[in-house]
Design a protein around this ligand. Structure first.
Ligand SMILES: Nc1ncnc2c1ncn2[C@@H]1O[C@H](COP(=O)(O)OP(=O)(O)OP(=O)(O)O)[C@@H](O)[C@H]1O
Ligand SMILES: [Mg+2]
Length: 420
């Protein structure tokens, strides 16, 4: 329906005040790449209009008579997933921002907006909208998506994605965190689990302060049920649920591999995706994670020691009979100055590189210090662009594996680590 105008950024305005709608329209009218495809007076009208016009960007007021902007944001994100929603409001309080973020809003602009800020935000978010639209088409075209379940419901088993590197410091935590945020939607609730039990730093990277951790579940392993798990899981402002590593390293001794297995299995039964940030040691805990993993994202940096460790890992996976089709290889901190290219690494390791994330200290450090994954806060930055490609590749692989008949494979795969 929109082929001819595919390059134009389709913008929808939602505000109950006619004058505001008109003012925003005027700010955008001379931009050759922007097309206002509709203006709605209420949340309800916005939802109907969004379904019909499929906008790339929705400029959303918060306070409106029938359906408020936050509820409308949530509803639109469910139906038109690629639409990027910008909240325009005079209320810049943290509580509103948090609610808007949880509902799926991508950005916030204070009212009245300046033309430059509005247009700049629209253009930068449009990149994500167009990419996500393209990806949705690919996913729609490649058959059924992997099973979908929600917290509190027993459904088809979710997919466990382990992020691992034998070498420390290569970026597993950064990648696992952003991957989890990218996979977490209303339809595909996702939990991020930190099995680097001694020095795990997932909670710190997400600025989550609670002491709740793995220990609170492992100590009640025989009574895992929705209420208990729900209480122990932390929640990031984005809505992502997190099972944190214990707050002190010595507490890791209280957790054994069988408990980890039971907890991960429970989470697989209750979430669409379980993303696990593993520790670097190949111990019985990591082997348990691998045993339950539907996909392994192995990470390396363009440095000889990291490449050597990746080779050792691939050798080990082959001994363990971990399927090659379930393994992905991502290069992080790519930098032309290192002198080692992705193709040289691929050739050396005789494997495919499934994604590359550039060295981008500013974006990554800011993101960690703010506790907001860069996939949410800095989508236009180099690290985020690389990460979006990794996310797309992971989704694509999950679709392919689902098509290939996961059930059949699961019964065939030998156990890496026997149940005690
Ligand atoms: N693409 C990148 N560009 C620049 N710096 C990065 C990038 N990715 C990660 N870093 C930095 O590298 C460091 C290690 O990242 P991270 O904690 O994610 O690695 P890890 O593999 O989980 O390490 P650990 O072995 O300690 O668990 C962090 O300081 C992070 O800010
Ligand atoms: Mg880590």
């Amino acid at each position: 329906m929109q082929d001819a105008a595919d390059d134009l950024i389709r913008v929808m305005i939602v505000d109950d005040i006619a004058e505001t709608r008109e003012n925003i329209r005027k700010l955008l009218q001379f931009e050759p790449d922007i097309e206002v495809v509709g203006a709605a007076r209420s949340g309800q009208e916005a939802l109907e209009m969004a379904r019909e016009t499929e906008p790339d960007i929705v400029l959303m007021d918060i306070n409106m008579p029938d359906m408020d902007g936050i509820t409308a944001t949530e509803a639109i994100k469910r139906d038109v997933r690629f639409a990027q929603i910008v909240i325009l409001s005079v209320q810049a309080e943290a509580d509103y921002l948090r609610k808007a973020m949880r509902a799926g809003a991508s950005d916030f602009i204070a009212k009245p907006p300046s033309g430059d800020e509005l247009i700049g935000t629209i253009r930068s978010l449009a990149v994500e909208a167009k990419r996500s639209k393209g990806e949705q088409k690919i996913l729609e075209g490649t058959g059924p998506l992997p099973p979908i379940v929600g917290p509190g419901r027993i459904g088809p088993e979710g997919k466990l994605i382990a992020v691992y590197s034998a070498k420390g410091g290569v970026g597993c935590t950064i990648i696992a965190t952003n991957l989890a945020v990218g996979l977490d939607t209303a339809d595909t609730p996702t939990v991020l689990v930190d099995t680097a039990l001694q020095f795990g730093d997932v909670a710190v990277c997400l600025n989550l302060q609670s002491k709740n951790s793995f220990v609170d579940l492992s100590s009640r392993i025989d009574e895992l049920e929705v209420d208990i798990v729900d209480e122990v899981l932390l929640q990031h402002d984005s809505g992502l649920r997190v099972l944190a590593a214990p707050p002190r390293p010595e507490m890791a001794d209280e957790i054994n591999a069988n408990q980890v297995r039971t907890i991960l299995q429970y989470l697989k039964n209750h979430f669409a995706y379980v993303v696990v940030d593993t520790g670097s040691t190949m111990d019985d805990i990591t082997l348990t994670v691998l045993d339950l993993a539907d996909l392994l994202v192995s990470v390396a940096t363009p440095e000889i020691p990291a490449i050597k460790d990746a080779r050792l890992l691939f050798d080990l996976l082959s001994v363990l009979e971990f399927p090659k089709e379930d393994t992905m290889f991502v290069l992080n901190k790519m930098d032309r100055r290192s002198g080692i290219t992705a193709s040289a690494i691929a050739e050396n390791l005789k494997c495919t590189v499934d994604g590359e994330i550039p060295f981008d200290e500013r974006t990554v450090t800011t993101s960690v210090n703010r506790g907001i994954p860069f996939l949410i806060a800095d989508k236009g930055q180099p690290a985020a662009k690389g990460m979006l490609e990794v996310l797309g590749a992971v989704k694509q692989r999950l679709v392919e594996r689902a098509e290939a008949g996961t059930e059949e494979r699961e019964t065939e795969r030998p156990r890496l680590f026997s149940r005690a």
